[in-house]
Design a protein around this ligand. Structure first.
Ligand code: FAD
Length: 405
């Protein structure tokens, strides 16, 4: 029997206020906001949730501090500065997305350098860092840095680091019944005579939406091509992260500053199914690593660790790498976007395209999308007709767990 709420016409087609494509943070956060704002919305994804940038991220909810490292205030550091408080309200169950079941890996991030900190007066004056940075006295250093070999100034930022799988699980639970996994979405999308996108399921049922919202990370480009849209254009920022499994009991979260605008090395520590400590290394090392072979990057990483922590011995550690690309709206001169991006696709009437550009900016993305939607049309939200045909996506494994198999 057709569900009348989803089949306002006699054709059996299903009508929604919005269908979101992409099961990373962008799609899940947006779905949550649409659902609680009264929209009849669902999310389709072609792979398990989080697979892509979201589970490859370092989980930092940052106020833009690392973007001010050049010492100059810039737009990015000012616009992102409100995000940590936004997330804090959500994590406390008092925001517009309930993240009460999301785990925190660390409530702080360290930052250290032996040379450049003194010059960063603009940095310490910026909104992004005001009230959020403290100098750490020698006797209060974390265990990792309690060694006479450590030289330099150490600062503690209040930036939080989230356990991303628990964030995804939290959002999946909030939106239970609205998440669907569907293969080959690109080939199912088409446009009708009025230039409206629609999607056809295997049994011929058409999904129609007042707005399709593309939140598929780097997959947005292929989806746009399937709809014969050339704008908005995308740029990819390649990285190669380094994964280090070792036996030291140091769950550490920190940026080491060097001469570059991005931190020389960013270290985060993540849960592992084994009893090893997993250090996940990014920053300039991962940016430069994008053009290296895995073995070259592993050698460079070993050298960095030997220089920064000469009192530790990583000869028994297991190293592996994770090539991954950040997907962003195309910018002049390949600049880093300052903000989340959400705009209508050209050449089709009912499609919005979004890239959060940072995990931290997912709330900002959803706010931009909501501002561009027509009001919801009141409907019953019974999704039984879809639940019978499509599967429910699981949460993807963390990249370093997947790579062990
Ligand atoms: C190494 C790394 C570290 C990072 N660290 C941080 C950090 O610490 N803090 C921070 O704020 N940001 C960080 N970021 C940025 C952040 O991870 C991304 O901005 C964010 O996760 C992007 O989310 P997304 O949902 O847009 O994309 P993704 O997470 O890539 O999700 C896109 C989803 O769309 C699905 N999809 C793709 N193509 C299709 C298709 N054709 N049909 C259907 N579904 C499709 C995929 O399965 C995927 O699940 C980091 C990024 C990287 C790469």
């Amino acid at each position: 029997m057709n569900n009348p709420s989803l089949s306002p016409d006699t054709s059996g087609d299903l009508q929604f206020d919005a269908v979101i494509i992409g099961g990373g943070i962008a799609g899940l956060w947006t779905l949550d906001r649409l659902r609680t704002s009264g929209y009849n919305a669902i999310l389709l994804t072609d792979r398990p949730l989080g697979d892509g940038q979201t589970l490859a991220s370092q989980g930092m909810i940052h106020g833009g501090i690392k973007y001010t490292l050049s010492g100059a205030l810039n737009k990015a550091s000012e616009t992102i500065a409100d995000m940590p408080d936004y997330w804090e309200r959500c994590l406390a169950g008092q925001g517009d997305v309930d993240l009460g079941d999301t785990n925190t890996l660390s409530d702080h991030f360290y930052m250290w350098s032996n040379s450049t900190m003194g010059k960063l007066t603009g940095f310490f004056a910026s909104r992004a860092v005001r009230g959020r940075v403290d100098k750490v006295a020698a006797n209060e250093r974390p265990a990792l840095l309690q060694n006479p070999g450590f030289k330099g100034s150490l600062y503690r930022l209040v930036d939080r680091v989230l356990d991303v799988p628990s964030l995804l699980a939290n959002l999946a639970t909030n939106n239970h019944g609205r998440l669907f996994q569907l293969s080959n979405i690109i080939n199912r999308l088409d446009k009708d005579a009025d230039n409206n996108a629609y999607l056809t399921l295997d049994n011929g049922t058409k999904l129609q939406a007042r707005r399709w919202i593309l939140c598929a990370g780097k997959g947005n480009a292929g989806l746009l091509t399937a709809l014969a849209c050339t704008e908005p254009a995308m740029q990819l920022r390649p990285l190669q992260q380094l994964i280090v499994r070792h036996r030291y009991p140091y769950p550490f979260y920190g940026h080491c500053l060097g001469a570059d605008k991005t931190p020389r090395l960013t270290i985060s520590t993540h849960p592992s199914a084994s009893d090893e400590t997993v250090w996940y290394l990014g920053g300039s090392l991962a940016e430069k690593g994008a053009s290296m072979s895995a073995s070259e990057l592993i050698n460079a990483g070993r050298q960095e660790l030997a220089e920064l922590f000469p009192w530790l011995d990583f000869s028994e550690a297991a190293f592996s790498t994770l090539p991954v690309e950040r997907a962003e709206p195309r910018q002049k001169d390949f600049a880093r976007p300052d903000n989340a991006f959400a705009e209508p696709a050209c050449g089709v009437s009912n499609v919005l395209v979004g890239w959060p550009t940072k995990l931290t900016l997912a709330p900002n993305l959803a706010n931009q999308i909501l501002a561009q939607l027509p009001p919801p049309e009141a409907r019953n939200h019974d999704l039984a007709a879809l639940t019978q045909q499509l599967s429910v996506p699981d949460i993807a494994p963390l990249p370093w767990e997947a790579k062990r198999d």
